[in-house]
Design a protein around this ligand. Structure first.
Ligand code: ADP
Ligand code: MG
Length: 589
């Protein structure tokens, strides 16, 4: 075959192979253009993993009508004039290749109106050939729609991954840019459904919470450190949190997401000894270096960069992470648990935060005085629940909330209240919750020197052994401040003259058994043990049917206790199922 110069469209197709590898790389180029154009909102949409249709719309400067066609020419750029400009680039694009390359391998429609011009222009290209060019009304900004990607490059088409994989790649790239540009509002719609949205608040934390979900976000600590003029900021996982793969380690150099293996190693190295081998932390880092110290022009998609002093950056990243995670109080002396057991070490919860995911928690068991005894006390048949048993003195409106506002959904198994909160669903153990409320109410009164409201309706008597009688006699006076008045009623027989009003209508036998039982397991403070046992006895039992109003009252009281997460005996009151976690469970099926 004689030598000949390739026609332009063939050159374009070959060159396109470098820039446009898959739908996500088209998104990347178009989003970068929108950012360079000063957009504040960037909308991304895809259909069918992006092969069928991709669209990026922005409210940036727009392209002048006279220049739209030029924008699609090879090496046409407004961002660079001389090669020297490469040394202090402020824009993401500069090669002037993206639009040209995309147009070579797809059907592209560009509608753009420059903000200084009255009318916009609509340009359609099919495989680099212009098929439509007409004036068009449009809001200032640019919308580029790419259809039938690789329709004329069967080889590429064949190499596209499953639709779900391409979709994930697209979501990943949009999320990455949202992280790098928290001030810009990003929305992503895939197959007509919103897949991601950032709020443009300017806070990286908001983007991360949207991208990873609150469950994961709660396990991150902020990174903020400067070493030798290299600034590293972002968020990284506490050593207790972990992840099996590298998918959530992201490094941005001057606002550009890069794949730099050495820097990723700097991150994993910083966790050495804190996480088991083969575990990768969630880590999102923004590295700022002087533009002249980094060469971004080494890779067609600019995913790799070259540093003038790679070691300095490596050190800065590693140090920043170390500082962040050692500062968490984890660090040097945290012994990491093997992956097999899951991440069960108690996680740090932000103050006032909830216990972590339910996988960490055993659902609270029956009260645990000792199993036989508690079985005796637990009322088997449904008992009337009267919220008025809750003494006054709690729930003053001035007491700050310690739980988010919870909406009661219903009751489950005559045991748990199902509630909905801002970040997901909660199961609240009715028995444990009420114990907490009773305990705090009585404590609050005692602390304020007020009498405990008592009832004199505890009927019946209890027989004791001589040993128990002696123990009771010793203890009885010290229980008066708690509102419990036990009296001898004959030899080795006792009655209850008065008791905290939440024990109204119980039998003396039950009350005195609870006291004796507490004496057997006194812990540090026998009166405290008795008090806790009484709360357990008087609290709403499992097996009690609750009306909607009962449940609302219960939750409202719980919301006002300073420590709503556990009952006084240490059992869990509520278990959180975050919306993310639930969504993940559904996706897994
Ligand atoms: P580069 O971004 O490297 O300059 P591109 O092929 O991506 O090359 O874009 C060519 C030119 O088209 C850009 O330099 C810019 O002037 C213009 N352009 C592309 N997309 C947009 C957009 N969304 N808003 C405004 N101008 C744009
Ligand atoms: Mg570009």
């Amino acid at each position: 075959m004689p030598i000949h110069v390739l026609p332009d469209h063939v050159v374009a197709q070959i060159a396109a192979g470098e820039v446009v590898e898959r739908p996500a790389s088209v998104i990347k180029e178009l989003v970068e253009n929108a950012l360079d154009a000063g957009a504040t909102h960037i909308g991304v949409a895809s259909i069918g993993g992006g092969q069928k249709m991709l669209r990026v719309s922005d409210d940036g400067s727009g392209i002048r009508a006279a220049e739209v066609e030029l924008a699609f020419a090879r090496h046409a750029t407004s961002k660079l004039h001389t090669a020297d400009d490469l040394l202090h680039l402020q824009t993401l694009g500069f090669r002037g290749e993206a639009l040209c390359s995309i147009a070579a391998v797809a059907h592209v429609t560009c509608i753009s109106r420059h903000r200084d011009e009255q009318t916009g222009l609509r340009l359609r290209l099919e495989g680099s050939v212009i098929t439509v060019k007409q004036a068009s009304g449009a809001p200032a900004g640019t919308v580029i729609t790419v259809e039938n990607l690789f329709y004329n490059v069967p080889a590429r088409l064949k190499f596209l991954k499953k639709e779900t994989t391409e979709k994930r790649q697209i979501a990943q790239i949009v999320t990455l840019y949202a992280m790098a540009y928290p001030k810009i509002r990003f929305t992503l719609e895939q197959d007509g459904r919103e897949a991601f949205r950032s709020n443009g608040s300017g806070k990286l934390s908001d983007v991360l919470a949207a991208a990873f979900g609150s469950e994961t976000f709660k396990q991150l600590v902020p990174v903020e450190s400067t070493t030798n003029g290299i600034q590293v900021s972002g968020y990284t996982a506490t050593p207790e949190a972990g992840r099996g793969n590298r998918e959530r380690m992201h490094i941005f150099i001057n606002g550009r997401a890069v794949q730099d293996h050495s820097l990723l190693r700097a991150v994993t190295d910083a966790y050495k000894g804190l996480v088991p081998e083969g575990q990768y932390p969630v880590s999102v880092l923004m590295v700022s270096v002087p533009p002249e110290d980094v060469d971004v022009n080494v890779h067609p998609t600019k995913a790799e960069v070259r540093f003038r002093d790679p070691n300095a950056i490596f050190t800065a990243v590693q140090r920043a992470i170390r500082e962040a995670i050692i500062g968490t109080g984890g660090g040097t002396n945290v012994s990491y648990r093997p992956a097999a057991s899951g991440f069960t070490s108690p996680r740090r919860t932000p103050s006032g935060g909830f216990r972590p995911s339910f996988t960490d928690e055993q659902l609270p068991d029956e009260s645990d005085v000792s199993s036989e005894d508690s079985a005796e006390y637990a009322a088997e048949e449904p008992r009337e629940f009267d919220i008025s048993h809750i003494p006054e003195g709690i729930g003053q409106p001035d007491r700050p909330r310690t739980l988010p506002v919870l909406r009661v959904v219903g009751q489950m198994g005559l045991r748990y209240v199902i509630a909905e909160g801002p970040v997901g669903m909660y199961l609240i153990d009715q028995h444990a919750a009420h114990q907490r409320i009773l305990y705090n109410a009585v404590r609050a009164r005692m602390d304020e020197g007020q009498d405990i409201p008592v009832t004199e309706t505890v009927g019946g008597t209890a027989r004791t052994t001589p040993v128990q009688s002696r123990q009771l006699d010793d203890l009885i006076p010290s229980l008066h401040p708690y509102g419990l008045w036990i009296e001898p009623f004959g030899l080795h027989i006792y009655r209850v003259a008065a008791a905290p009003n939440f024990l109204a209508d119980l039998d003396a036998e039950l009350v005195i058994r609870a006291v004796l039982n507490a004496i057997l397991n006194p812990g540090d403070d026998i009166r405290e043990a008795v008090f806790i046992a009484l709360c357990r006895l008087g609290a709403l039992q499992h097996g009690t049917l609750l009306t909607q109003a009962d449940m609302q009252a219960l939750i409202r009281e719980l919301e006002r206790t300073p420590d709503p997460l556990t009952a006084p005996d240490g059992s869990a009151v509520l278990v959180e199922f975050s919306a993310d976690l639930i969504a993940r469970e559904f996706k897994r099926r």
